[in-house]
Structures are given as structure tokens and as C-alpha cells.
Write a new protein. Structure first.
Length: 131
């Protein structure tokens, strides 16, 4: 049986937009300097985005995360549409095997910080890193 200390911890980085801005640039720096003997990184973000391409070009595992279309608004119709988008993303994300097997989940913004909290009870991360 392998020594538990030699097994890399699985980190799931969650990003809801896939656009590259400040938090995403920091995420890329973290990925560039992460000790791959101690940590196994996976990034969840919307497919076919700039962030997904940059992650894959670094040889980091990428998994598809449904795009959350939400903004702060007082308009009740937009708010209903945003809630539907958010809950559809939650439903799809809960099916992710990466969510169930992650030791650490790092969310790069408040919007996706709540997604891992709704993970299935039969598994998931022991830690949630939030902004």
C-alpha cells in the first residue's frame, strides 16, 4: 500500500467565467509554481474560453464547468434568469467526479465559492478556499 504522504493532494480550482483578468492571472501564476509532486491540479471553467486554453497549454487538467450568467441586479426578471443559470450550473457541477474526489477546492470568486458547498454528501473536499 502506498504511503499517504506520497499521494499528491487533489486541488480543484473553480472559475465561473473563463475570461482572463486579475484573479485568473493569479491562478495561472499559482499553477505555474505549484509543486506537482505534492499537488495534482485540475481547473474547472467554461469550455472554449481563454482560461481553458491557457490551462491546457500548461499541461494542467481541465474540466468543463457550465457558464454562470449572473450579475447584480434589482430587475426581478433578470434576477429570475440569473438564478436559473446559477442553479443549472450547480446541478451539472454536482455530477462532476472531480468535485467528489478533490481534497481542496479553491474558488476564485464569490459566485462559484458556493458551488462546492452544495456538493454531494458522499464525498468531496475537506477544505474550501475562498477569496
Amino acid at each position: 500500500m502506498p504511503d499517504a504522504s506520497s499521494t499528491p493532494q487533489k486541488i480543484l480550482f473553480v472559475n465561473h467565467t473563463g475570461m482572463v483578468s486579475g484573479a485568473e492571472r493569479v491562478l495561472l501564476v499559482i499553477l505555474d509554481h505549484l509543486d506537482r509532486t505534492r499537488y495534482e491540479a485540475t481547473v474547472a471553467c467554461p469550455p472554449e474560453t481563454q482560461l481553458a486554453q491557457l490551462v491546457e497549454s500548461r499541461g494542467i487538467r481541465f474540466v468543463s464547468l457550465p457558464h454562470v450568467r449572473a450579475r447584480f441586479t434589482w430587475n426581478p426578471f433578470r434576477l429570475a434568469r440569473y438564478f436559473r443559470s446559477y442553479f443549472n450550473s450547480i446541478r451539472e457541477f454536482r455530477q462532476s467526479p472531480e468535485l467528489r474526489t478533490a481534497d481542496i477546492i479553491h474558488a476564485t470568486a464569490c459566485e462559484q465559492a458556493c458551488l462546492p458547498l452544495l456538493r454531494p454528501r458522499d464525498g468531496g473536499a475537506r477544505h474550501l478556499a475562498r477569496p
